[in-house]
Write a protein that binds this ligand. Structure first.
Ligand code: NI
Length: 139
């Protein structure tokens, strides 16, 4: 198991006060846990920028399934990347609108390419890539 190391941080009091108020609002019980989460977030962001390691992301898509045969078009696109798309969840929001959550695994550059393709498909009302991590080396 990883050894825990204590270290000090110097920062302006007003900045610390704002930080303390925010982490309390968010429900953190102490600064250490909040700072650990910030560091993990920063490391994951770095992984996505470098694009060397395998990672995972979720693409959210909202569209009207009756328009432009969008359900078929989006399914075809996903089949083209069946080796990277590890799961998809389809939710019927109302009579016309659908929410599709597509989980993509691979190098970040490839995930972004697939996400951009899905999101830019004509007729998609809303699309967003949410970056995540496979959790390796994030103790
Ligand atoms: Ni639907």
């Amino acid at each position: 198991m990883d050894q825990t190391i204590r270290f000090g941080i110097s920062l302006p009091g007003s900045l610390l006060s704002r930080f303390d108020r925010l982490i309390s609002f968010k429900g953190y019980s102490n600064r250490s846990e909040a700072i650990r989460d910030l560091i993990r977030e920063y490391l994951v962001e770095g992984e996505w920028e470098k694009g060397e390691k395998e990672t995972v992301g979720t693409v959210s898509l909202v569209y009207d399934h009756q328009k432009r045969e969008l359900d078929k078009v989006l399914t075809d696109q996903q089949h083209q990347h069946y080796d990277s798309i590890i799961s998809a969840l389809h939710i019927h929001l109302d009579r016309n609108n659908c929410l599709e959550l597509v989980v993509v695994k691979g190098k970040s550059t490839q995930i972004r390419r697939i996400a951009d393709r899905l999101i830019s498909t004509k007729g998609v009302k809303y699309g967003k890539l949410t970056t995540a991590t496979i959790g390796e080396n994030l103790s």
